[in-house]
Write a protein that binds this ligand. Structure first.
Ligand code: FES
Length: 104
C-alpha cells in the first residue's frame, strides 16, 4: 500500500548530480537527481551497509565510496562489484516544490 512521506524541499536537491540523504518513517533514504528527475534508493550499500549518500553519481550510477560498488540510480541494480545484490528503490513525486517518497 502506498505510503507517501515528505522528505525534503526541492531546493535541497537541485541540479543534476545532487546526492542528498533524508529519512522517511525511520528509513534512511538517499535522493539522487539525474537529468530526467529525482530518484530515491535505500541509503545502505548491499555489500557492507555503508551509506550510499557519502558517494557521488556519474552516468546514472551511484558509487559506494567504501569499496567502489556502483548502483544504477533508476533501478537500484548493482552494476559493479563487490556488490551483487540490488538496493531498494522508492517512487518519488514532487508536489508544489516538496519531495515525497513512497515507502509503503
Ligand atoms: S560497503 Fe559499499 S562497496 Fe563495500
Amino acid at each position: 500500500m502506498a505510503e507517501w512521506v515528505k522528505v525534503a524541499n526541492e531546493e535541497e536537491c537541485q541540479g543534476a548530480g545532487c546526492v542528498h540523504a533524508v529519512t522517511a518513517n525511520g528509513l534512511e533514504v538517499v535522493l539522487v537527481r539525474l537529468d530526467d528527475g529525482i530518484y530515491a534508493l535505500e541509503d545502505r550499500c548491499s555489500h557492507q551497509d555503508f551509506p550510499l549518500s557519502e558517494g557521488g553519481v556519474e552516468d546514472g550510477r551511484l558509487e559506494c565510496v567504501f569499496h567502489g560498488a556502483r548502483f544504477d540510480v533508476r533501478t537500484g541494480k548493482a552494476v559493479q562489484l563487490p556488490a551483487i545484490k540490488s538496493v531498494r528503490t522508492f517512487p518519488v513525486e514532487v508536489r508544489d516544490g516538496e519531495i515525497f517518497v513512497d515507502v509503503g
